[in-house]
Design a protein around this ligand. Structure first.
Ligand SMILES: Nc1nc2c(c(=O)[nH]1)N[C@H]1C(S)=C(S)[C@@H](COP(=O)(O)OP(=O)(O)OC[C@H]3O[C@@H](n4cnc5c(=O)[nH]c(N)nc54)[C@H](O)[C@@H]3O)O[C@H]1N2
Ligand SMILES: Nc1nc2c(c(=O)[nH]1)N[C@H]1C(S)=C(S)[C@@H](COP(=O)(O)OP(=O)(O)OC[C@H]3O[C@@H](n4cnc5c(=O)[nH]c(N)nc54)[C@H](O)[C@@H]3O)O[C@H]1N2
Ligand code: SF4
Ligand SMILES: [Mo]
Length: 725
């Protein structure tokens, strides 16, 4: 028996796990009490990490298409098939016919941040799509325009806050997002225990709402209106107080003018939130000594996601809560690149546009909502060869029936993925990375989102059955760059280090320094070591982290304005033109009649993980079921009772699901979780297929997006619900 410590890679909370192994078998999973961030917490999902690694359906060898079947092959055969396929497509259609879709687990691996960018550069395509445009792109847009960089995302300083307004997030089930806070529920309870107030805005009375002082059951899709009305109240009632931020803020008066028409009275009937409640929220935030507004998925994946994210940032700034302990603060990652702050290059969007419908690029990618049309519309630059890396677009993206048809028509589909699932069953080659216990781990992305700065490194626990995902990506990079299947993957690592070093302050790091930093390390460890050594904390290196397996505590969040800014003005910008123009679109809602009929929203369950959490027996069943939640009044009107099968119809599709009658959803709202629909022919998900559920993205409409960020609208979808019989 041996005990090993590992960071859990299954969600953004990044808990420290203590595993007990008997040989290669995980016999116990506990929280690591010495982890400086998670302090012993773990959730039921983290407890399944051993079962996930041991899942017999997880692929141990690559698959290659022979006629209608995907069959096992050697790694050499698999890479050769990729090279041959790419040559064929590029010869016929040119480089722009290649594309990539990057899924969510890329933020939980080392390959994602370190090797995927090199691969995308080698492809040299503008067909770059990722799960970001069904997720947090509005926040990137807002951060880019407000602070100068899309990845400078402030987080609620949860452990010191005493007033928190949370919109469209349910961290009791999701464990939090764009806010890495293990035991989020415990941290919320602590906030209330020290006299703080928690207000939750959600069309469903969630388990997070159960912890709150106040729950506001907003009409789906209307958070932007509520938040802009709060901005209006701050101005109208003289509650704006920038505090120490004052010298660093630009556009206050312009914002006042933009917000003027969104009075609480004007928005109340659209949001279905009384004007008095909106006023109280604004006053509460202004009065709080350490207050914060925080919004997530439910507020971002709507047609006004960017304006919602914008108003959240603006509210925190206008009340002096940005960059203040207990407010909304910027974490400082141990891998962070030093930047001088002040005036910078700012953030540009629309540097290119999508081929078919001319959607602007944001942060180097175009909206996933246009992936299907880019594949199916003939013409120069038509997407013919797609790489999916850690993604399941056939279940995760809007209007997925159309997308699945498009994927099936590609000349080449290559998937880097450990499962034969709804997407990869359509692939020509599937390249499976090792399981979660057979790889090194460091939270590159979440170091930028932690409520307390920590650094933790985990070496591989078990031997891998095949090449590491970093090696797979390095090989693909060499193939895409024309170096061929036989070239040495170490070249790619050196290239990545050179690229990262150039981004460091002071004109870059010399090749000699790069080599010195990585002496004795190779692959992702060499890159990690370089970044740690040249990052903002002295004395950090990979060896220092190896010596502290529970992690190194780098302390509470600290103020860092203006150093964190890189807008053109060198200040926090509150009213840039792009935002000002989009406000007109929001204002138009005030003149429209409120929508009638039902609006569909999603939800997450504690023991789920997007579309790939259903193949471990302990994750299935219980409350984790694919039901349509509906308010008793709405059910009665339609003659539906608990357990009846309902037909749900939207503009683009129709599904059937059992009804769960509950007053936890507001009248006029129905909820279906995403990530289900595991009955696709050719997939190998033996546990998930036993209770397949339905794919809610058959209903979501790719035609409706947030125009600024390109994010899809996944919540607030007009639907009709009838009895299926
Ligand atoms: N209707 C609706 N749709 C949604 C959402 C919603 O709320 N409602 N949420 C959206 C959000 S927030 C997200 S992030 C997206 C997620 O969208 P995706 O990322 O496309 O989907 P996932 O279900 O996360 O699938 C992850 C894939 O990665 C594979 N995988 C797991 N671990 C690894 C690994 O270590 N390496 C590699 N290479 N692959 C791995 C899994 O087998 C799976 O195929 O879905 C979005 N879709
Ligand atoms: N257990 C589990 N954990 C997960 C995941 C998972 O699938 N399962 N997925 C991970 C991923 S990829 C992400 S991005 C995060 C997301 O983490 P969260 O942002 O916390 O996501 P959800 O739990 O879906 O909570 C979103 C809430 O928004 C509400 N909502 C829907 N529409 C609206 C609206 O218009 N306005 C408001 N105010 N609320 C609305 C929904 O009812 C729901 O309760 O979770 C991560 N963690
Ligand atoms: S909360 Fe997230 S990181 Fe923590 S144990 Fe659960 S799945 Fe893993
Ligand atoms: Mo996500």
């Amino acid at each position: 028996m041996r005990r090993v410590l590992r960071t859990c890679p299954l969600c953004e909370a990044t808990c420290g796990l203590a595993l007990t192994l008997d040989g290669d078998d995980v016999v116990r999973v506990e929280g690591d009490p010495d982890d400086p961030l998670s302090r012993g917490f773990l959730c039921p999902k983290g407890a399944t990490i051993g079962a996930l690694h041991a899942d017999p359906d997880r692929l141990r060898a690559p698959l290659i298409r022979r006629g209608d079947a995907l069959v096992e092959c050697t790694w050499e055969e698999a890479f050769a098939a990729v090279a041959e396929g790419l040559d064929r497509v590029v010869a016929a259609h040119g480089k722009e016919s290649m594309g990539v879709y990057l899924g969510n687990p890329n933020v939980h691996t080392l390959a994602g941040p370190f090797y995927v960018p090199a691969f995308v550069r080698a492809l040299g395509t503008r067909h770059v799509f990722s799960a970001s445009t069904v997720d947090q792109m509005p926040q990137h847009l807002a951060s880019g325009l407000m602070f100068g960089h899309p990845d400078r995302i402030p987080v609620p300083d949860l452990d010191r806050s005493d007033w928190l307004l949370m919109l469209g997030a349910n961290p009791v089930e999701s464990n939090g997002s764009l806010c890495t806070a293990p035991d989020f529920p415990g941290r919320l309870k602590a906030l209330r225990a020290r006299g703080g107030r928690l207000i939750v805005v959600d069309p469903r009375r969630t388990r997070t709402a159960d912890l709150a002082d106040h729950h506001v059951a907003i009409r789906p899709g209307m958070d932007a209106l509520l938040l802009w009305a709060m901005v209006q109240v701050l101005f109208a009632e003289g509650l704006v107080d920038l505090g120490d931020l004052a010298p660093h803020v630009e556009g206050v008066e312009a914002l006042r003018a933009l917000a003027a028409r969104f009075t609480p009275e004007a928005v109340a009937s659209r949001c279905r939130v009384p004007a008095g409640v909106i006023r109280e929220l604004a006053r509460g935030l202004a009065a709080a000594e350490r207050g914060c507004v925080y919004a997530r998925i439910g507020a971002h994946t709507t047609a006004f996601g960017s304006l919602a994210a914008w108003a959240v940032g603006a509210l925190n700034v206008l009340t002096g809560n940005l960059d203040r302990p207990g407010g909304s603060m910027f974490p400082r990652s141990a891998l962070g690149r030093p930047h001088p702050g002040g005036q910078g290059r700012g953030f540009a969007v629309g540097r290119w546009r999508s081929r078919v419908s001319g959607r602007p690029e944001v942060r180097g990618e175009v909206p996933t909502a246009v992936l299907a049309e880019e594949i199916s519309t003939p013409g120069a630059g038509q997407l013919r060869a797609l790489f999916t890396i850690a993604g399941n677009p056939a279940r995760s993206l809007p209007d997925s029936a159309r997308l699945e048809r498009a994927l099936g028509g590609l000349d080449l589909l290559v998937s880097v993925d450990p499962y034969l699932n709804e997407t990869t069953r359509l692939a020509d080659v599937v390249l499976p990375p090792p399981g979660p216990l057979a790889r090194a781990h460091y939270d590159v992305a979440f170091g930028n989102l932690m409520v307390r700065n920590v650094a933790r490194y985990t070496p591989p626990t078990l031997a891998a059955e095949g090449p590491d995902e970093c090696d797979i990506l390095a090989r693909l990079t060499l193939i895409a760059s024309g170096a061929g299947v036989k070239a040495d993957p170490a070249w790619v690592t050196m290239g990545v280090m050179g690229h990262l070093a150039k981004g460091a302050a002071g004109g870059g790091t010399s090749d000699a320094e790069i080599l010195a930093a990585s002496a004795g390390e190779s692959g992702p460890e060499a890159i990690l070591d370089l970044l740690l050594r040249t990052g903002p904390y002295p004395d950090l290196s990979l060896d220092a982290l190896r010596a502290a397996p529970s992690g190194v505590d780098l302390g509470p969040l600290r103020p860092c304005v203006p150093e964190v800014l890189s807008t053109r003005s060198g200040r926090i910008e509150l009213a840039p033109t792009l935002v000002a123009d989009d406000v007109e679109r929001l204002a138009a809602v005030l003149d429209e009649a409120p929508p009638e009929g039902l609006l569909l929203v999603g939800r997450r369950h504690l023991r789920s993980n997007n579309s790939w959490g259903h193949n471990v027996p302990r994750m299935a069943g219980g409350t984790n079921r694919c039901t349509l939640q509906m308010h008793p009044d709405d059910a009665a009107t339609r003659g539906l009772s608990d357990g009846d099968v309902a037909a749900i119809t939207s503009r683009v599709g129709r599904v059937e699901a059992p009804v769960e009658v509950t007053d936890r959803v507001a009248p006029g709202v129905v909820s279906l979780p995403h990530g289900w629909g595991h009955d696709a022919a050719g997939a190998r998900l033996s546990v998930a297929a036993k209770s397949p559920g339905v794919n809610s993205n058959l209903l979501t409409d790719g035609a409706v997006t947030d125009p600024l960020s390109g994010n899809a609208r996944l919540n607030g979808i007009p639907v009709r619900v009838t009895s299926a019989v």
